[in-house]
Design a protein around this ligand. Structure first.
Ligand code: HEC
Ligand code: HEC
Ligand code: HEC
Ligand code: HEC
Ligand code: HEC
Ligand code: HEC
Ligand code: HEC
Ligand code: HEC
Ligand code: HEC
Ligand code: HEC
Length: 301
């Protein structure tokens, strides 16, 4: 009997210790973010906040955060709802002049309490973070303005366009990926939260990114065309061009930049620019990405 009681007591004690250490960890987080939080406690009552903030919170009611948090008992942090992002607000409740306003950079640290995994694993090395673009630059969490992902603009393309006009202008060109048509997004190729690859590409290299949809270009081929194996961007601009097939220059000019005399040093008849061949090396060299035909060494089949 005594032993049983002892076990129960030690269990209770250890849970109490766990809870209190959880709380002090929480407190440390907020005082580190802003020392003025020292001594503040969690009000832990959404309605109290709303009583003074009805206007700014009306739209928040319908967001994914509120829908999840208001039923949350699973996790101390989530069940705090407002204060999971705004910190312990007892001092503010008594004296609203103590606003505890956050910068965008501070909000990022706040968001990361819950969003450090998965696609956001490489956030700290992302070009966006390094350039001062923060979570709250792209996400508006107090209001759902987009269909998905709480974006600060109505959709992803408008969001990216607001800063990358040079790239989005290319989407108006005649040959382009169907981004404007809504069949894919910038995030089909880029992770705006950062990756360890160049240009925050979703895969390790340019070619791996392209292969994820253009599997037929991966090979392996019996006859490799080395520039295609090395870098698709040697010939294509994936954001769009005014040449067929998103080529960076007109067909013949492109090939001739590496293959002098159009490749046919002793067969000049092939090189006459005025002939239908002039602009169409690929009329004969149809498998310019590589060939699996036994006699495809010149990529003519
Ligand atoms: C007694 C009224 C009152 C209560 C209760 C109250 N606030 Fe405030 N709060 C204010 C006033 C006044 C301001 C300053 C004006 C404004 O921004 O609306 C403010 C400002 C804020 C701001 C803006 C900070 C900034 O960026 O400038 C946040 C965030 C905030 N309150 C969150 C909360 C949360 C969360 C709660 C509940 C724990 C809460 N407030 C409870 C009155 C109150
Ligand atoms: C998921 C994080 C998060 C939660 C949860 C959250 N907020 Fe906010 N809140 C923000 C951020 C970020 C801003 C800064 C402005 C923006 O991005 O919309 C903000 C802005 C505010 C402001 C200033 C808005 C203004 O109009 O100037 C108030 C007041 C506020 N929040 C109150 C609340 C209250 C009350 C709750 C709970 C009912 C709440 N927030 C829940 C993240 C959150
Ligand atoms: C207390 C934990 C917590 C905090 C703090 C928090 N979030 Fe979330 N957030 C969640 C959960 C849980 C979900 C729903 C599941 C998921 O998508 O991970 C979510 C979902 C999201 C989504 C996806 C919305 C959708 O429609 O799919 C975005 C975007 C987001 N949060 C951004 C933010 C930003 C920006 C901040 C900081 C201002 C923030 N969150 C702070 C827990 C949190
Ligand atoms: C440059 C703009 C940009 C920045 C900065 C940004 N995001 Fe996002 N975020 C997006 C876009 C676009 C999406 C939707 C497409 C996607 O999932 O990649 C998204 C999606 C999300 C989602 C939902 C993902 C899912 O799997 O459903 C979460 C959560 C999120 N972001 C959190 C954050 C947090 C936290 C930060 C800061 C550390 C942040 N974002 C910074 C643009 C951004
Ligand atoms: C608030 C402005 C802003 C928004 C919105 C924004 N970006 Fe950026 N982005 C930048 C800045 C600043 C840089 C760094 C300088 C540069 O390359 O222009 C950058 C760089 C990039 C880069 C190059 C990364 C590298 O390592 O070279 C890519 C790719 C990118 N952004 C994609 C996106 C995508 C996709 C979106 C939409 C989800 C987006 N950006 C939204 C400001 C923004
Ligand atoms: C089909 C894949 C693909 C799509 C879709 C795509 N990009 Fe890119 N993007 C790339 C590749 C590959 C690079 C790498 C260029 C390099 O390394 O030289 C790149 C580079 C960039 C850069 C770096 C600077 C530059 O101009 O080269 C920015 C910024 C950028 N993309 C933004 C965007 C935005 C914004 C969108 C959506 C409108 C978008 N990208 C859609 C593949 C794509
Ligand atoms: C998310 C899937 C996806 C990724 C990743 C992707 N593409 Fe595409 N690509 C498409 C789609 C969809 C089309 C349009 C097919 C159509 O219209 O029939 C296309 C078409 C093309 C075309 C033909 C355009 C034309 O006018 O005939 C080229 C060239 C191309 N992509 C190159 C690339 C390169 C280079 C990369 C890597 C930087 C890449 N793609 C990455 C989906 C993708
Ligand atoms: C040596 C230049 C060159 C390189 C490098 C190259 N391509 Fe191409 N690609 C072409 C040419 C030429 C066409 C034919 C364009 C036309 O006439 O429509 C083409 C067409 C395409 C097409 C559309 C037609 C088809 O065959 O499906 C896709 C998709 C494509 N390339 C993807 C890629 C990918 C992915 C890579 C990287 C693995 C790549 N290309 C590398 C020259 C190149
Ligand atoms: C970036 C440079 C580059 C570009 C652009 C390029 N090639 Fe090549 N190509 C090479 C290299 C390198 C080889 C391998 C050379 C060798 O093995 O002698 C090669 C091999 C070939 C071969 C086989 C040659 C042989 O001797 O077996 C043909 C055919 C060919 N390319 C056609 C084309 C066509 C058509 C285009 C335009 C769509 C093109 N190439 C664009 C670099 C390039
Ligand atoms: C009418 C069809 C045709 C056209 C158009 C054509 N080629 Fe060829 N090309 C061939 C044939 C066939 C061979 C193989 C010749 C051989 O094996 O002797 C060849 C061989 C080559 C070779 C390899 C030369 C070698 O020494 O083995 C290269 C490189 C080449 N072409 C590049 C090009 C380029 C670049 C263009 C466009 C300016 C082009 N070709 C246009 C049919 C054509």
């Amino acid at each position: 009997m005594k032993i049983k009681l002892l076990i129960v007591y030690s269990f209770l004690l250890s849970t109490l210790l766990l809870i209190s250490s959880g709380n002090s960890q929480e407190e440390k987080f907020w005082t580190k973010l802003n020392p003025a939080f020292g001594g503040a406690e969690f009000v832990n009552d959404k309605e109290t906040c709303i009583s003074c903030h009805e206007e700014s919170t009306a739209a928040y009611e319908h967001t994914i955060h509120n829908r999840l948090f208001q039923h949350s008992t699973a996790n101390n942090l989530e069940s705090l709802n407002c204060e999971s992002c705004h910190g312990p607000r007892s001092i503010h409740k008594e004296d609203p002049d103590n606003r505890f306003a956050f910068t965008d950079e501070q909000y990022t640290i706040v968001c990361q309490q819950c969003h450090q995994e998965g696609d956001r694993l490489n956030w700290h090395i992302s070009t966006h973070k390094i350039s001062g673009v923060e979570c709250t630059t792209c996400h508006t969490v107090m209001e759902q303005k987009s269909n998905a992902a709480l974006l600060s603009k109505s959709d992803e393309l408008s969001l990216c366009s607001s800063c990358h006009t040079d790239v989005t202008a290319k989407l108006m060109r005649t040959s382009r990926h169907p981004v404007k048509e809504g069949k894919m997004d910038c995030s089909s190729c880029h992770n705006p939260h950062g990756t360890s690859s160049q240009a925050m590409l979703v895969k390790a290299t340019v070619n791996e990114t392209c292969y994820s949809c253009h599997q037929d270009k991966r090979g392996p081929f019996i006859w490799e065309h080395s520039p295609a194996r090395e870098d698709c961007l040697t010939c294509h601009d994936p954001h769009g061009t005014n040449n067929r097939g998103m080529l960076i220059t007109q067909n013949a000019g492109l090939c001739v930049s590496c293959h002098q005399y159009g490749g046919h040093i002793n067969q000049y008849r092939y090189n006459r620019v005025s002939t239908p061949y002039g602009n169409g090396c690929v009329n004969c060299h149809i498998s310019v990405h590589g060939s699996n035909h036994p006699s495809g060494v010149k990529f003519t089949r």
